[in-house]
Design a protein around this ligand. Sequence first.
Ligand SMILES: Nc1ncnc2c1ncn2[C@@H]1O[C@H](COP(=O)(O)OP(=O)(O)OP(=O)(O)O)[C@@H](O)[C@H]1O
Length: 921
Amino acid sequence: MENLMTQGSSSGRSSQAGPSSRPMNVTPTRTKRPREMSTVIKDEVDDRSPSPELDEHFVTFRTDVVGVQYYRGLVGRGEYVMLRREPGNQYDPNAVQVINASGTQVGHIPRAVAGRLAELMDHSLISVEGRMIGQNLDGAKHYKLGMDLSIYARPSLKEVLQTELSWTKTETQVQKPPPSASQPVSASGFRGHGNSGTALPGADDPTMKKLLEGLKQIGEDQRSADNVMDSLTGDIDVSKLPLHPNPPGVASGQLNTDLLPHQSQALKWMIERENPKLPSSPKDKPVQFWVKQKGDHKDYFLNVATKTPQYDEPVLGRGGIIADGMGLGKTLSILSLIMATKKDKVDGNFGKTTLIVCPLSVLSNWEKQIGDHVTHNQMTFYTYHGSSKGVTAKTLEQYDVIITTYNAVAAEAPLDPSNNGRSPQKVKKAKVAPTTAGPLFKVKWKRVVADEGHVLRNPKAKMTQGFAALQANRRWVCTGTPIVNSPSDLGSLLTCLQICKPLDKSEYFKTLLLRPLRRGDPTAGKLLQALVGEVLLRRTKDSKDSKGRKLIELPKIEYFRVGVKLDEETRKGYDEILEGSRQRFREALETGQGTANVLSMLTRMRQLCLSSQLVPQSFLDDLRRPIPKIPTGPAISISSLTAGKREELIAKLRTYVEEDTECGVCYDEAEFAKRPCITDCGHAFCYPCIERILLTAPLCPMDRHPIGLPSILELPPDQIVDDYVDPSDSSQAKSLLPVKSAKIDELVKYLKVFPSDEKTLVFSQFTSFLDQVAISLTGEGIAWTRFDGRMNAAKRQQVISEFQRPLTEKNSKVPRVMLISLKSGAVGLNLTAASNVFLCDPWWQSAIEAQAIDRVHRMGQRKEVRVFQLIAEDTVESAVLDIQKRKDALVAKAFEKSSKESKMTKKEARFEEMKELLGVK
Ligand SMILES: Nc1ncnc2c1ncn2[C@@H]1O[C@H](COP(=O)(O)OP(=O)(O)OP(=O)(O)O)[C@@H](O)[C@H]1O
């Protein structure tokens, strides 16, 4: 066992977060670990958002559930059950409970088996699940029931586990979990709001094949995510959904705006989802997978997804996911729901208030849309943010609507801060007091709404756990992209919605969906389709109504690619960094050591494509130095470093903040931006995270290098919030000299020829570049304003309303141009005053660019829209576009990737792309 535990704590670290153990598959971009070579680089280029834990089936053997006579849990044949450790069991510290889908204990696994599995389970080296062979629905007294127990483990541990679990060979072996097509699932059981409930498809069914393949490749880009959503919702005809008979609107005096037909349909659908009714006879359709069944003595409910039978009425979730595409008016749909249900009687002690949780960037949009669409005096609302947070729960309960941010929810959540995905044993030792709940957690809300709810896709993030912990009668998620990287994203949203129990529990979601989907099981595909049909409403801009008309008519949009040539001096710097990067990359490939931070090098090249002044000289100096070895010995104090080295670290940290990097512990970029810090070894974290880590282990979580509190450097506070050219302070901009940038020159050329009544959005991921654009525009006498993630809510609101004012001769100060940071500014804003969009730096996530364009190309736009993509010729930017084009072609071919490509993991594919970008053979 010792051998295995040693293995587990190095490569096995991947399933546990925390100081000595962070998931490899969610590794942020800058790591330097003494591990096998290409793993180092592949991890560094991995996606930043969480991906599902990829464990593989190891063995299935037959065993029993014992002590059944002592427990109340009922189970049916074929039902999946969860196995949970019970270290506090007074008779056996190795005990493993068997729990049914309604959370009731059925019994234990035999003591001998538990004794062999307990430690492996405690260290998260394996995960286990059970599937019932016996059943206890017959009312007879049972002492034990047959069960197939399956063990899953990460592939890297498989070899070691062979020895550790060799005893399972003497048990009765059972085939891998059978393909679910053979499971006794009633086809009629899986039916969403539009599904026909036809026979289950086989693996050869072309539509299902496309879906299953698509699910494996999702996350590569927005189009593959959209394709998967199309396949999942393909047979749901939303055009025929009934309209609300009497929606709030101008006539009712509640709204200033009448709902469009698709919004009225959404309203009716949402009201139904808020008031679900259990099937009352075996003929009724399933509701959240529950059907009524005729029993020998008494009718009972059966969950067709888990095969769980129960006599008690199952608890149904209220709410769902509004997954309409961008700009279809989800905000007004939610506002109409609030108005239409104002007089609803709510069960229990829940109050009258709806809580809207959103990213800071759209807080003001909610205020504005309430102002625009809701009739004066018809809705009371309060924005709970910043200094207005000093109110009690009692005050909050007085309003119809409270608007707040995810950060506020995360900050007030009564979560145990020491439980950062670590095992209970480790948490106990951490001795950090749990935070007490803030006012948001003391209110019993009528409903909670997560706007831009895809941010809740990481189940470990504080904001996700916080949202899930809010007390509410009804729960909604609004997002155009419910699945971003993997179907597990949907699992996290279900947990937040507490709907379709027990699929809202991650163990069940994994057992019934994630694992079978990975092995291409068509029934799991069908279950996923049914789940989506049950909880989610999705229409896109291209959807048609029942008469074949588009839901909303928008003006034409045109795209232009503008090639820009780097000037000679910039070209020289660019080539030097490219060569240095290639060299670092090759060295890292050979040795597996070193600081080869491929993404960071690529970022530098991208910055050079914008302006030579974005790249500090220190970067080049660093590149010229040999790769340093990981130091050992005592922790190094920052104060012992040279001033130059300290400045270098500050510059690095500033870049991380600018790139919206996430903390290496909590993976939360918003938290990171609040109080960023960097270790002497160059790894970045939120200060509270690293401070907490140091309480238990004085090592850098990224490279195991010894550190202490003195080894940590923070950004001076003024550089966190105000390190940009303030739009209201044009004197600041004037005092600085314009910089050399071929892209800025090109942009200005266009702005000068655009008609004087046209407005333009300029997007860049780099706020320091936007600073430079601001300086040039001021020099040219072009009125501009600025929106970026570092502004407070009031400033954002002011900037947006200023920009939305029409351009007239008289008010020449009204800005013609808005400079926006791509990542933190694009989501959820209405900027229809502009009709031109400049994208200054292209990157992987074309989805983010699409969101940016949708700020302008949406309801309310009257002009034709033009999008200009500025591309530096013969640079990494053109290579990115080539890769994007190729990917698009592949996606367009309905996921028909070559066998080589489809075998590659996402990480490997990204790694190959990096090689291609750097031109490394
Ligand atoms: N029925 C309507 N009549 C007139 N304007 C509307 C209507 N519904 C929505 N709008 C306007 O259309 C614009 C887009 O709506 P909204 O911001 O709610 O879209 P969304 O679906 O939430 O988009 P995103 O996903 O980008 O946040 C807003 O300016 C909104 O005021």
